[in-house]
Design a protein around this ligand. Structure first.
Ligand SMILES: Nc1nc2c(ncn2[C@@H]2O[C@H](COP(=O)(O)OP(=O)(O)OP(=O)(O)O)[C@@H](O)[C@H]2O)c(=O)[nH]1
Ligand SMILES: [Mg+2]
Length: 393
Protein backbone atom coordinates (compact mmCIF):
# COMPACT_ATOMS: atom_id res chain seq x y z
CA UNK A 1 0.00 0.00 0.00
CA UNK A 2 1.15 3.54 -0.65
CA UNK A 3 2.29 5.30 2.50
CA UNK A 4 1.87 9.04 2.98
CA UNK A 5 3.54 10.68 5.97
CA UNK A 6 2.41 13.93 7.54
CA UNK A 7 5.44 15.93 8.60
CA UNK A 8 5.97 19.49 9.76
CA UNK A 9 6.40 21.87 12.63
CA UNK A 10 4.71 21.12 15.97
CA UNK A 11 1.18 22.49 16.35
CA UNK A 12 0.64 22.90 12.59
CA UNK A 13 -2.38 20.59 12.49
CA UNK A 14 -0.88 17.25 11.43
CA UNK A 15 -2.92 15.21 13.89
CA UNK A 16 -6.07 17.13 13.03
CA UNK A 17 -5.45 16.31 9.36
CA UNK A 18 -4.81 12.67 10.32
CA UNK A 19 -7.90 12.49 12.49
CA UNK A 20 -10.07 13.88 9.71
CA UNK A 21 -8.53 11.67 7.03
CA UNK A 22 -8.70 8.42 9.01
CA UNK A 23 -11.59 9.19 11.38
CA UNK A 24 -9.59 7.71 14.23
CA UNK A 25 -9.28 9.17 17.66
CA UNK A 26 -5.92 10.85 18.27
CA UNK A 27 -4.82 13.74 20.47
CA UNK A 28 -5.04 17.24 19.09
CA UNK A 29 -4.10 20.30 21.17
CA UNK A 30 -2.88 23.85 20.85
CA UNK A 31 0.66 23.30 22.13
CA UNK A 32 3.81 21.76 20.65
CA UNK A 33 4.62 18.04 20.79
CA UNK A 34 1.14 16.75 21.45
CA UNK A 35 2.02 13.75 19.33
CA UNK A 36 5.01 11.70 20.48
CA UNK A 37 4.59 8.22 19.03
CA UNK A 38 3.59 8.05 15.38
CA UNK A 39 -0.04 7.28 14.53
CA UNK A 40 -0.70 4.95 11.60
CA UNK A 41 -4.02 4.41 9.93
CA UNK A 42 -5.88 3.84 6.72
CA UNK A 43 -7.09 6.73 4.61
CA UNK A 44 -8.14 6.98 0.98
CA UNK A 45 -7.47 8.77 -2.25
CA UNK A 46 -10.48 9.66 -4.33
CA UNK A 47 -10.96 8.96 -8.01
CA UNK A 48 -13.83 8.37 -10.44
CA UNK A 49 -15.26 4.88 -10.33
CA UNK A 50 -15.65 3.17 -13.72
CA UNK A 51 -19.18 2.19 -12.63
CA UNK A 52 -20.20 5.71 -13.73
CA UNK A 53 -20.20 4.31 -17.28
CA UNK A 54 -22.70 1.61 -16.34
CA UNK A 55 -26.36 1.58 -15.44
CA UNK A 56 -25.78 0.89 -11.78
CA UNK A 57 -23.38 2.23 -9.19
CA UNK A 58 -21.28 -0.28 -7.19
CA UNK A 59 -23.09 0.53 -4.00
CA UNK A 60 -20.48 -0.41 -1.42
CA UNK A 61 -18.43 1.57 1.09
CA UNK A 62 -15.53 2.17 -1.28
CA UNK A 63 -17.75 3.74 -3.92
CA UNK A 64 -20.15 6.50 -3.02
CA UNK A 65 -22.23 7.23 -6.04
CA UNK A 66 -19.28 6.89 -8.37
CA UNK A 67 -16.77 8.58 -6.08
CA UNK A 68 -14.27 5.85 -5.51
CA UNK A 69 -12.07 5.74 -2.41
CA UNK A 70 -8.86 3.73 -2.76
CA UNK A 71 -6.99 2.83 0.46
CA UNK A 72 -3.58 4.23 1.34
CA UNK A 73 -1.65 4.26 4.61
CA UNK A 74 -1.30 7.55 6.47
CA UNK A 75 1.29 8.25 9.18
CA UNK A 76 1.17 11.16 11.60
CA UNK A 77 4.51 11.83 13.26
CA UNK A 78 5.83 14.04 16.03
CA UNK A 79 6.47 17.67 15.17
CA UNK A 80 9.80 18.60 13.72
CA UNK A 81 11.92 21.62 14.64
CA UNK A 82 15.02 23.02 12.90
CA UNK A 83 18.03 20.99 14.01
CA UNK A 84 15.97 17.82 14.49
CA UNK A 85 18.51 15.80 12.49
CA UNK A 86 21.00 16.61 15.29
CA UNK A 87 18.50 15.63 17.96
CA UNK A 88 16.72 18.96 18.62
CA UNK A 89 13.10 18.84 19.76
CA UNK A 90 12.02 15.23 19.82
CA UNK A 91 15.10 14.46 17.78
CA UNK A 92 15.42 12.19 14.85
CA UNK A 93 13.37 9.23 16.01
CA UNK A 94 10.40 10.61 14.13
CA UNK A 95 12.58 11.05 11.04
CA UNK A 96 12.98 7.28 11.17
CA UNK A 97 9.20 7.04 11.00
CA UNK A 98 9.43 8.70 7.59
CA UNK A 99 11.72 6.03 6.11
CA UNK A 100 8.93 3.93 4.71
CA UNK A 101 6.86 6.81 3.40
CA UNK A 102 6.48 7.12 -0.36
CA UNK A 103 5.55 10.78 -0.22
CA UNK A 104 5.54 13.49 2.44
CA UNK A 105 2.78 15.96 3.17
CA UNK A 106 4.38 18.94 4.92
CA UNK A 107 1.63 20.54 7.00
CA UNK A 108 2.43 24.24 7.40
CA UNK A 109 0.50 26.58 9.69
CA UNK A 110 -0.21 29.20 7.02
CA UNK A 111 -1.84 31.50 9.55
CA UNK A 112 1.50 32.45 11.05
CA UNK A 113 -0.03 31.85 14.48
CA UNK A 114 2.71 29.52 15.76
CA UNK A 115 6.45 30.19 15.96
CA UNK A 116 9.35 28.03 14.80
CA UNK A 117 8.94 25.74 17.81
CA UNK A 118 5.18 25.52 17.39
CA UNK A 119 4.30 27.75 20.34
CA UNK A 120 1.15 29.83 19.84
CA UNK A 121 1.83 33.46 18.88
CA UNK A 122 -0.38 36.18 17.46
CA UNK A 123 -1.83 35.17 14.08
CA UNK A 124 0.26 36.67 11.26
CA UNK A 125 3.37 37.24 13.37
CA UNK A 126 5.37 34.22 12.15
CA UNK A 127 6.33 33.93 8.49
CA UNK A 128 5.14 30.50 7.24
CA UNK A 129 7.63 30.63 4.36
CA UNK A 130 10.26 29.78 6.98
CA UNK A 131 8.42 26.51 7.61
CA UNK A 132 8.37 25.56 3.95
CA UNK A 133 12.02 24.64 3.42
CA UNK A 134 13.17 23.39 6.75
CA UNK A 135 11.37 20.02 6.58
CA UNK A 136 13.14 19.30 3.32
CA UNK A 137 16.43 20.50 4.80
CA UNK A 138 16.07 18.35 7.93
CA UNK A 139 15.29 15.27 5.86
CA UNK A 140 18.26 15.92 3.55
CA UNK A 141 20.70 16.37 6.43
CA UNK A 142 19.30 13.39 8.29
CA UNK A 143 19.87 11.17 5.27
CA UNK A 144 23.33 12.72 4.78
CA UNK A 145 24.07 11.62 8.37
CA UNK A 146 23.01 8.06 7.57
CA UNK A 147 25.24 8.02 4.48
CA UNK A 148 28.17 9.39 6.53
CA UNK A 149 27.78 6.80 9.23
CA UNK A 150 27.73 4.00 6.70
CA UNK A 151 30.58 5.21 4.56
CA UNK A 152 33.31 3.27 6.35
CA UNK A 153 31.62 0.04 5.44
CA UNK A 154 31.39 1.19 1.79
CA UNK A 155 35.14 1.94 1.88
CA UNK A 156 35.83 -1.47 3.36
CA UNK A 157 33.76 -3.23 0.71
CA UNK A 158 35.51 -1.23 -2.02
CA UNK A 159 38.71 -3.21 -1.43
CA UNK A 160 37.07 -6.34 -2.74
CA UNK A 161 37.72 -7.03 -6.46
CA UNK A 162 34.02 -7.42 -7.36
CA UNK A 163 33.00 -4.14 -5.67
CA UNK A 164 30.30 -2.16 -7.44
CA UNK A 165 29.46 1.30 -6.10
CA UNK A 166 25.89 1.29 -7.48
CA UNK A 167 25.14 -2.01 -5.76
CA UNK A 168 26.76 -1.01 -2.48
CA UNK A 169 24.84 2.27 -2.33
CA UNK A 170 21.59 0.62 -3.36
CA UNK A 171 22.09 -1.88 -0.49
CA UNK A 172 22.63 0.95 1.93
CA UNK A 173 19.71 3.06 0.74
CA UNK A 174 16.96 0.46 0.27
CA UNK A 175 16.26 0.84 3.98
CA UNK A 176 15.36 4.41 3.18
CA UNK A 177 12.94 3.34 0.47
CA UNK A 178 15.24 3.97 -2.49
CA UNK A 179 15.12 1.49 -5.36
CA UNK A 180 18.18 0.41 -7.34
CA UNK A 181 16.90 2.43 -10.29
CA UNK A 182 16.59 5.57 -8.17
CA UNK A 183 20.09 5.19 -6.78
CA UNK A 184 21.44 4.62 -10.29
CA UNK A 185 19.60 7.72 -11.57
CA UNK A 186 21.04 9.75 -8.70
CA UNK A 187 24.58 8.62 -9.46
CA UNK A 188 24.12 9.47 -13.14
CA UNK A 189 23.13 13.01 -12.23
CA UNK A 190 26.11 13.64 -9.93
CA UNK A 191 29.87 14.08 -10.34
CA UNK A 192 31.90 11.95 -7.95
CA UNK A 193 35.19 10.06 -7.68
CA UNK A 194 35.14 6.37 -8.63
CA UNK A 195 36.98 5.43 -5.45
CA UNK A 196 34.75 5.80 -2.35
CA UNK A 197 37.83 6.63 -0.27
CA UNK A 198 38.12 9.89 -2.20
CA UNK A 199 34.54 11.00 -1.53
CA UNK A 200 34.24 14.16 0.57
CA UNK A 201 31.40 15.25 2.88
CA UNK A 202 30.12 17.38 -0.01
CA UNK A 203 29.87 14.37 -2.31
CA UNK A 204 27.93 12.44 0.32
CA UNK A 205 25.62 15.36 1.05
CA UNK A 206 24.90 15.89 -2.66
CA UNK A 207 24.02 12.21 -2.97
CA UNK A 208 21.75 12.37 0.09
CA UNK A 209 19.91 15.44 -1.20
CA UNK A 210 19.38 13.94 -4.62
CA UNK A 211 18.20 10.56 -3.30
CA UNK A 212 15.86 12.25 -0.80
CA UNK A 213 14.28 14.39 -3.51
CA UNK A 214 13.70 11.33 -5.72
CA UNK A 215 12.39 9.04 -3.01
CA UNK A 216 10.46 11.41 -0.72
CA UNK A 217 8.71 14.10 -2.78
CA UNK A 218 6.88 16.72 -0.71
CA UNK A 219 3.43 18.31 -1.00
CA UNK A 220 2.87 21.48 1.00
CA UNK A 221 -0.39 21.92 2.84
CA UNK A 222 -1.15 25.55 3.73
CA UNK A 223 -3.23 24.64 6.78
CA UNK A 224 -5.45 26.84 8.95
CA UNK A 225 -6.53 28.56 5.72
CA UNK A 226 -9.68 29.57 7.62
CA UNK A 227 -7.63 32.05 9.65
CA UNK A 228 -4.60 32.54 7.39
CA UNK A 229 -4.00 35.92 5.74
CA UNK A 230 -4.58 35.32 2.02
CA UNK A 231 -1.18 36.77 1.15
CA UNK A 232 0.50 34.00 3.16
CA UNK A 233 -1.07 31.35 0.94
CA UNK A 234 -0.13 33.39 -2.15
CA UNK A 235 3.48 33.68 -0.99
CA UNK A 236 3.69 29.98 -0.31
CA UNK A 237 2.51 29.40 -3.87
CA UNK A 238 5.21 31.72 -5.18
CA UNK A 239 7.82 29.18 -4.06
CA UNK A 240 6.79 27.15 -7.12
CA UNK A 241 6.17 24.05 -4.98
CA UNK A 242 2.90 22.15 -4.93
CA UNK A 243 0.74 23.98 -2.37
CA UNK A 244 -2.73 22.92 -1.22
CA UNK A 245 -4.58 25.43 0.99
CA UNK A 246 -6.52 23.51 3.63
CA UNK A 247 -8.55 23.59 6.76
CA UNK A 248 -7.96 20.31 8.54
CA UNK A 249 -10.18 21.47 11.35
CA UNK A 250 -12.97 22.22 8.87
CA UNK A 251 -12.65 18.79 7.27
CA UNK A 252 -12.84 17.14 10.67
CA UNK A 253 -16.04 19.04 11.45
CA UNK A 254 -17.55 18.03 8.10
CA UNK A 255 -16.70 14.36 8.48
CA UNK A 256 -18.16 14.30 11.97
CA UNK A 257 -21.22 16.18 10.74
CA UNK A 258 -21.69 13.72 7.89
CA UNK A 259 -21.28 10.77 10.25
CA UNK A 260 -23.94 12.22 12.54
CA UNK A 261 -26.27 12.72 9.58
CA UNK A 262 -26.27 16.50 9.94
CA UNK A 263 -24.83 17.16 6.50
CA UNK A 264 -24.44 15.49 3.12
CA UNK A 265 -20.76 15.49 2.37
CA UNK A 266 -18.28 13.09 0.85
CA UNK A 267 -14.57 13.70 1.40
CA UNK A 268 -13.19 15.79 -1.45
CA UNK A 269 -16.52 17.42 -2.33
CA UNK A 270 -16.27 21.13 -3.02
CA UNK A 271 -19.38 21.88 -0.99
CA UNK A 272 -21.93 20.21 1.34
CA UNK A 273 -25.60 20.39 2.16
CA UNK A 274 -27.19 20.67 5.55
CA UNK A 275 -29.45 17.65 5.92
CA UNK A 276 -30.34 17.42 9.61
CA UNK A 277 -31.31 19.55 12.55
CA UNK A 278 -28.42 21.82 13.39
CA UNK A 279 -28.20 24.42 16.12
CA UNK A 280 -27.59 28.07 15.27
CA UNK A 281 -24.01 27.76 16.47
CA UNK A 282 -23.46 24.67 14.30
CA UNK A 283 -24.96 26.39 11.30
CA UNK A 284 -22.71 29.38 11.80
CA UNK A 285 -19.64 27.17 12.05
CA UNK A 286 -20.64 25.23 8.95
CA UNK A 287 -21.28 28.39 6.92
CA UNK A 288 -17.83 29.65 7.89
CA UNK A 289 -16.29 26.40 6.59
CA UNK A 290 -18.34 26.79 3.41
CA UNK A 291 -16.79 30.22 2.81
CA UNK A 292 -13.28 28.76 3.05
CA UNK A 293 -14.28 25.89 0.73
CA UNK A 294 -15.68 28.34 -1.81
CA UNK A 295 -12.44 30.26 -1.81
CA UNK A 296 -10.16 27.23 -2.23
CA UNK A 297 -12.38 24.62 -3.90
CA UNK A 298 -12.89 22.39 -0.85
CA UNK A 299 -11.23 21.82 2.52
CA UNK A 300 -7.99 20.67 0.88
CA UNK A 301 -7.53 17.52 2.97
CA UNK A 302 -8.70 15.02 0.35
CA UNK A 303 -7.11 17.07 -2.41
CA UNK A 304 -3.69 16.97 -0.71
CA UNK A 305 -3.79 13.16 -0.55
CA UNK A 306 -5.05 12.88 -4.13
CA UNK A 307 -2.43 15.21 -5.56
CA UNK A 308 0.32 13.44 -3.58
CA UNK A 309 -0.57 10.08 -5.10
CA UNK A 310 -1.85 10.96 -8.56
CA UNK A 311 0.32 13.98 -9.41
CA UNK A 312 3.48 13.81 -7.37
CA UNK A 313 3.85 10.03 -7.36
CA UNK A 314 2.18 9.76 -10.77
CA UNK A 315 0.14 6.66 -9.97
CA UNK A 316 -2.92 5.31 -11.79
CA UNK A 317 -5.85 3.26 -10.49
CA UNK A 318 -6.56 -0.08 -12.16
CA UNK A 319 -9.60 -2.26 -11.47
CA UNK A 320 -9.07 -6.01 -11.92
CA UNK A 321 -12.20 -8.09 -12.63
CA UNK A 322 -12.87 -11.74 -13.42
CA UNK A 323 -15.93 -11.25 -15.57
CA UNK A 324 -15.18 -8.77 -18.36
CA UNK A 325 -18.85 -8.33 -19.28
CA UNK A 326 -20.29 -7.70 -15.85
CA UNK A 327 -17.09 -6.26 -14.34
CA UNK A 328 -17.39 -8.56 -11.34
CA UNK A 329 -15.29 -10.99 -9.33
CA UNK A 330 -16.21 -14.67 -8.94
CA UNK A 331 -18.81 -13.81 -6.30
CA UNK A 332 -20.56 -11.24 -8.46
CA UNK A 333 -19.26 -8.13 -6.68
CA UNK A 334 -19.02 -5.24 -9.13
CA UNK A 335 -15.56 -3.64 -9.41
CA UNK A 336 -14.44 -5.21 -6.12
CA UNK A 337 -10.86 -3.99 -6.07
CA UNK A 338 -8.81 -0.98 -7.01
CA UNK A 339 -5.02 -0.93 -7.17
CA UNK A 340 -2.67 2.03 -7.27
CA UNK A 341 0.29 1.43 -9.56
CA UNK A 342 3.05 3.70 -10.87
CA UNK A 343 2.36 5.05 -14.36
CA UNK A 344 4.06 2.77 -16.86
CA UNK A 345 2.88 -0.39 -15.08
CA UNK A 346 1.70 -3.24 -17.30
CA UNK A 347 -1.13 -5.79 -16.92
CA UNK A 348 1.44 -8.23 -15.57
CA UNK A 349 2.37 -5.72 -12.85
CA UNK A 350 -1.31 -5.51 -11.96
CA UNK A 351 -1.46 -9.31 -11.79
CA UNK A 352 1.43 -9.27 -9.31
CA UNK A 353 -0.27 -6.55 -7.28
CA UNK A 354 -3.35 -8.80 -6.98
CA UNK A 355 -1.33 -11.81 -5.87
CA UNK A 356 2.15 -13.17 -6.58
CA UNK A 357 0.62 -16.49 -7.77
CA UNK A 358 -1.62 -14.65 -10.24
CA UNK A 359 1.48 -12.79 -11.44
CA UNK A 360 3.55 -15.98 -11.78
CA UNK A 361 0.75 -17.66 -13.71
CA UNK A 362 -0.01 -14.63 -15.89
CA UNK A 363 -1.02 -15.57 -19.46
CA UNK A 364 -2.59 -12.43 -20.88
CA UNK A 365 -5.07 -9.66 -20.09
CA UNK A 366 -8.30 -8.32 -21.58
CA UNK A 367 -9.49 -4.72 -21.57
CA UNK A 368 -12.99 -5.04 -20.10
CA UNK A 369 -14.22 -1.98 -22.02
CA UNK A 370 -13.23 -3.04 -25.52
CA UNK A 371 -13.19 -6.78 -24.64
CA UNK A 372 -9.93 -6.96 -26.57
CA UNK A 373 -6.79 -8.70 -25.52
CA UNK A 374 -4.07 -6.23 -24.61
CA UNK A 375 -0.36 -6.60 -25.20
CA UNK A 376 2.12 -7.32 -22.44
CA UNK A 377 3.71 -3.93 -23.06
CA UNK A 378 0.47 -2.00 -22.60
CA UNK A 379 0.81 0.78 -20.03
CA UNK A 380 -2.16 0.93 -17.69
CA UNK A 381 -4.17 4.13 -17.63
CA UNK A 382 -6.28 5.71 -14.91
CA UNK A 383 -9.55 3.82 -14.51
CA UNK A 384 -8.64 0.78 -16.61
CA UNK A 385 -10.85 -2.26 -15.98
CA UNK A 386 -8.77 -5.35 -16.67
CA UNK A 387 -9.46 -9.05 -16.74
CA UNK A 388 -6.33 -11.02 -15.98
CA UNK A 389 -6.06 -14.50 -17.41
CA UNK A 390 -3.72 -16.58 -15.28
CA UNK A 391 -3.04 -20.26 -14.63
CA UNK A 392 -3.47 -19.44 -10.91
CA UNK A 393 -6.87 -18.90 -9.40
N1 LIG B 1 -7.98 27.51 12.80
C1 LIG B 1 -7.56 26.29 12.59
N2 LIG B 1 -6.97 25.58 13.58
C2 LIG B 1 -6.54 24.33 13.30
C3 LIG B 1 -6.71 23.75 12.01
N3 LIG B 1 -6.19 22.50 12.03
C4 LIG B 1 -5.73 22.31 13.29
N4 LIG B 1 -5.94 23.40 14.06
C5 LIG B 1 -5.57 23.57 15.48
O1 LIG B 1 -4.18 23.60 15.63
C6 LIG B 1 -3.78 23.04 16.89
C7 LIG B 1 -2.75 21.96 16.70
O2 LIG B 1 -3.34 20.85 16.05
P1 LIG B 1 -2.67 19.40 16.06
O3 LIG B 1 -3.41 18.62 15.03
O4 LIG B 1 -2.59 18.85 17.42
O5 LIG B 1 -1.19 19.77 15.53
P2 LIG B 1 0.06 18.79 15.30
O6 LIG B 1 0.76 19.31 14.09
O7 LIG B 1 -0.35 17.38 15.29
O8 LIG B 1 0.93 19.13 16.58
P3 LIG B 1 2.07 18.21 17.31
O9 LIG B 1 1.55 16.84 17.53
O10 LIG B 1 2.31 18.92 18.59
O11 LIG B 1 3.26 18.25 16.42
C8 LIG B 1 -5.07 22.54 17.54
O12 LIG B 1 -5.52 23.53 18.43
C9 LIG B 1 -6.03 22.40 16.35
O13 LIG B 1 -7.36 22.52 16.73
C10 LIG B 1 -7.35 24.52 10.98
O14 LIG B 1 -7.56 24.10 9.85
N5 LIG B 1 -7.75 25.78 11.34
MG1 LIG C 1 0.15 15.83 16.49
Amino acid sequence: MITIALAGKPNAGKSTFYKAATMSDVDVANYPFTTIDANRGVSYVRTECPCLERDERCGDEACRDGKRYVPIELIDVAGLVPGAHEGKGLGNQFLDALTNADVIVNVVDASGGTNEEGEPVEVGSHDPIEDVNFVEEEMDLWLAGIVDRNWESIERKSRSPDFDLDDALADMLTGFGATEAEVAASLRSLDYPEDPIQWTDEHREALARDVRARTKPIVLVANKADVAPEENVARMRETGKMVIPATADGELALRKGAEAGLIDYDPGDEDFEIAGDVSDAQRKGLERIREVMAEYGGTGVQEALDRAVYDLLDHVTAFPVQNETRWTDAKGNVLPDAFLLPRGSTPRDLAYAVHSDIGDGYLHAVDARSKRRISDAYELEEGDVIKIVSTAK
